[in-house]
Design a protein around this ligand. Structure first.
Ligand code: AHR
Length: 696
């Protein structure tokens, strides 16, 4: 019996996975920019997301046919009033709709006609799936308004007579108080209100006021903004805006809760503005960075790439300030002459204006104030140049079947690196992913961008792919990656896929110098009677509605990976890592593969060589508890206590949501009994980070 017990014990010991951290040789440096963020206008990431503006369709250009987001408010049925979108169709503008543009950008407006005034009549904005109201909060409201327009429009003698009937003659009573309220959707509860005094004038004027809520207001998102009158006349509105307090109190700034979540991730860079958002469906729809600068009055918005019209309130400067607020560097993606529907601009003279545009953009970011665009940046309020090391030339140019990228990349790189030798241009075609399409002219690109959208099986299968990469090739920027399981935000299984994948990037961060997950944000609202579903892409990192926000399990795992990171890679050798069978893909079957296994445990280790802190990350992807033996080879001592942070759940489908925001969240404990060789149990479906202290 004793012999048998001894044998079983031997077997158990033999099968226990062992991780040996080797401190005898100095490991490679961890890339200082390993973890960053990627962003674009998708899923209402900015409008209805990070960008704090609360008014939807503030310049009335979202839809040519209807004032989306806006409705008529009429408290008494005896009143006679209507609203109409004016000037949206540029081609055929009835004569009474002329001269109503404030400027080229603000060329569409909303008209409120009050023929009979009984009680309150006005316009209401529903916000982005609601307007959030919080206690003791000051909201900055502003809008352009003008009263009845009775001037006869100028008409050239050769123009045909107007076909639309003239405006009804309404008693012009527009001058006087205009009330602005933040109120419940049924109008019964007023959370904050104020008035402006509309002057008697035929010209546009901007009015501003503060709406302050009381301390006893209960937070809600079921609110609307109403601008109203009790007098007859025709009232015209444009650029109606409402801002809550913003992160760092920046004017035209960002939502505080979402910014805090990002800052907590300690990102080293922000890749913007896309993604597909950079490219636009057609060449003429590319991100128009020049028209995103300056006052909101000069920003017409543009078509966007994800089925709705971005306001461009989040413009180039706002992206840069966002970086600054996170202590992150921009990774600037410049439009490179290829758009989503497949059109491209040929390298050569036709491409020159696009190259010049990119040079202008770079000058706006880093030029000193003696340069044209540097001076413009200073005039916009930021004299100091921003940091910039990397410029990405386009996005996913492997979709360009014309094979024009080699020429386009080369033309951009020659101009950019020629003028700014301190910058490095990133190619969007990676040698390993698209060997037949890679850039071949001139020197090889120093950095290439690889994108991976996979399920957790694929992540587990490929977590070690960088272990085998050629160290003489380009450095890798994993500019978009995600384990796509769960919607709208990812579930625990996806987080286990993410964690496994990140151990591979971290272990190889001499090669993988930067990485960022995508998409970052999702507004989780489903369709309502008046607004469509808010998101276009499943499996996102951070979810929110107008009032609340939450991190997915993937968010917590990524935040921890970034927080618990040394500056040196610690080589780890592993033994007895258990495997499991993975379902075969169609490709496997085509390739004649009949069975496949993937590891169930993943790991990486880094160390801070100044403080002696060691960070060991371990992932158990299975339903079983997993004992694991850890050897620390080559350190003199280790502190007997360590910090352990665990993200885990009981089912792979477990997830967080707007109503259950922290079902899966990190738990931190102290563990004792650490020696140079110890054993720990990894919980089922868990990511564990052990922070150990090496001593002398
Ligand atoms: O992240 C969503 C989209 O996926 C990006 O816009 C695009 O670059 C990729 O195809």
């Amino acid at each position: 019996m004793l012999l048998l017990a001894g044998c079983i014990n031997q077997l158990t010991i033999a099968q226990t996975p062992v991780l040996t951290l080797d401190f005898t040789k100095p490991g490679a440096n961890v890339s200082p920019m390993l973890y960053g963020l990627m962003t674009e206008e998708i899923n209402h990431s900015y409008d209805g997301g990070l960008y704090a503006e609360l008014v939807r369709n503030r310049i009335f250009k979202d839809n040519k046919n209807t004032p989306e987001g806006w409705s008529l408010v009429q408290d008494d049925p005896a009143a006679k009033a209507s609203i109409k979108l004016i000037g949206a169709s540029e081609e055929k503008r009835p004569y009474d709709e002329r001269r109503l543009a404030i400027n080229g950008a603000l060329s569409t407006c909303l008209r409120l006609t009050v023929e009979k005034a009984v009680g309150r009549v006005g316009i209401a904005n529903e916000g982005y799936w609601g307007i959030p109201v919080r206690p003791s909060t000051a909201y900055k409201a502003s809008f352009y308004i003008k009263g009845t327009d009775r001037r006869e429009p100028f008409r050239h003698p050769w123009e045909p007579k107007p076909t639309t009937p003239p405006l009804p003659v309404i008693e012009n009573n527009t001058a006087g108080p205009i009330t602005v309220t933040l109120e419940s959707n049924d109008g019964k509860t007023v959370y904050a209100s104020g008035t402006i005094n509309l002057e008697k004038s035929d010209y546009w004027k901007k009015y501003e006021l503060t709406l302050a809520t009381a301390a006893d207001v209960k937070p809600t998102k079921d609110a609307r903004l109403v601008i109203s009158t009790d007098r007859t006349g025709q009232y015209y509105f444009n650029l109606v805006s409402l801002f809550p307090p913003t992160y760092n109190n920046r004017p035209n700034g960002n939502r505080t809760d979402l910014m805090q979540m990002l800052v907590d991730m300690k990102p080293k860079f922000l890749r913007f503005p896309g993604g597909n958002f950079l490219e636009g469906p057609l060449i003429t729809d590319a991100f128009p960075w020049k028209q995103t600068l300056g006052p909101l009055e000069s920003r017409p918005g543009h078509k966007g790439s994800w089925g709705y019209r971005p306001s461009d309130g989040m413009g180039l400067l706002e992206f840069l300030l966002w970086c600054e607020d996170m202590g992150a560097e921009p990774v600037l993606a410049v439009y490179a002459g290829y758009s989503l529907e497949g059109d491209h601009v040929d390298a050569g003279p036709l491409l020159n204006p696009y190259v010049d545009d990119a040079l202008d953009e770079i000058q706006y970011v880093i030029g000193d104030t003696t340069t044209y665009w540097g001076a413009k940046r200073a005039a916009d309020g930021h004299p100091a140049p921003f940091k910039l090391k990397y410029v990405e030339i386009g996005n996913e140019d492997w979709f360009d079947r014309s094979n024009s990228y080699n020429g386009r990349f080369t033309q951009f790189r020659t101009a950019i690196e020629g003028k700014y030798p301190q910058l490095t241009c990133i190619s969007t075609i990676a040698d390993a992913q698209y060997p037949d399409m890679k850039v071949t002219s001139g020197k090889a690109p120093a950095v290439v961008d690889e994108h991976y959208y996979r399920n957790s099986w694929d992540m587990w299968e490929n977590a070690s792919q960088y272990d085998k990469y050629d160290r003489n090739g380009p450095k890798i920027f994993v500019g978009e990656w995600a384990t796509r399981e769960g919607a709208p935000t990812t579930n625990l299984n996806a987080a286990l896929g993410d964690a496994a994948w990140m151990t591979g990037m971290e272990r190889n961060s001499d090669l993988v110098i930067m990485s960022c997950y995508a998409p970052l944000f999702v507004n989780v609202n489903t369709a309502t009677a008046t607004a469509p579903k808010a998101w276009q892409w499943d499996s996102d990192l951070i979810g929110y509605n107008a009032l609340n926000s939450y991190g997915s399990p993937s968010y917590y795992v990524q935040k921890l990976f970034s927080q618990y990171l040394g500056n040196k890679i610690v080589p780890v050798t592993a033994a007895n890592i258990p495997v499991q069978n993975r379902p075969l893909t169609k490709k496997d079957s085509t390739d004649g593969i009949t069975s496949k296994t993937v590891p169930t445990v993943f790991y990486s280790a880094t160390m801070n060589d100044t403080t002696g802190v060691i960070y060991l990350k371990m992932v158990n992807t299975t339903a079983k508890k997993q004992a694991i033996k850890i050897n620390l080879d080559g350190i003199a001592k280790v502190a007997p206590e360590a910090t352990l942070v665990v993200v885990k759940g009981s089912e792979p489908e477990d997830t967080n949501s707007i109503t259950d925001p922290v079902k899966i969240a990190p738990v931190t404990t102290t563990v004792k009994g650490i020696t140079k060789s110890f054993t720990r149990n990894l919980d089922p479906y868990s990511v564990s980070i052990l922070q150990l202290q090496a001593g002398k």
